[in-house]
Ligand binder design. Sequence first.
Ligand code: SF4
Length: 333
Amino acid sequence: MKAIILLSGGLDSTIAAELMDAQGIELLALNFKTPFCLCDRKGSGSCGNYAYKVAIQLGIEFRLINAADDFLEVLKKPKYGYGSNMNPCIDCRILFFRKSKELMRDVGALFIITGEVLGQRPMSQFKRQMDIIEKEAGLEGLVVRPLSAKLLPPTIPEKMGWINRERLLNIEGRSRRIQIALAKEFGINDYPCVAGGCLLTDAGFARKVKDLITHDELNFSNIQLLKSGRYFRFSKEAKLVVGRNEKENESLAMLAREGDFVFRPLHIQGPLGIGRGFFDPNLINLSCKIVARYSDHDDKNSAEISYSMIPETEERSIIASPLDEDELKRFRV
Ligand code: SF4
């Protein structure tokens, strides 16, 4: 009996995999790549890496689907709206379930397993939303949630006797106390991204994403840019991102593309800034002042900031005084 498990690499889906493995279900682990996974902030490069690691430990096959393009379409106009920030959880789950269903056919899997816990996440893990998601994905009765199964109506795999409902659990709510105890029992010591998570639930990041959507500029390249620093919006056509540390400065340097402006301090320590869009002399001046604000200054409280437009090699520079805080707030997203 084969099933697909949506494996995030977090604690809940890892335990769900263990519970199903214990019932002799042949598992195929599936993970989706989007630009918003929070776990990759710890340097793994992608949530998929954690899931892959768990799949290896469990000895199960692993697939990673890049859902970035479809996800961005969903994010622009989710049918079921956003959660507390810019997280379109219901539409996101529908997308992942639909893609899982396509894979089910290809690999001969009969149902889907998730680590979802009833009532754990407000937007997508209540019974009513779970029903909507299954229905929209065409998977009614075919999604097994081993951690909360006893609190939910029996699924087709349970009714058919493919799995034993008695050996499933009745966990509910946000506490992970029971899961942590179970992890000990299963000998799971390493669950690096306990709760999984996504940047779209972060209020600050959500503001930036909303800004891109409002300006019809939501694309992968812009998202990568705004993940790499402080974000300033000047006009419909112009924005600036300024690195907060060396790592972000390096990322910004890699992300800069033809037509972008590059701002950097000369002779002193300070950040890299990337300007994207239409920059007239006033905006170039303003960008230099913002980069100066985050740079070391000379004793006249000013800094020499260079600028150039890619691919031009000629650098010009301005002696800029740092932009004052009130002005800064006007542009900061
Ligand atoms: S938190 Fe993010 S990844 Fe998770 S369901 Fe919501 S939108 Fe999708």
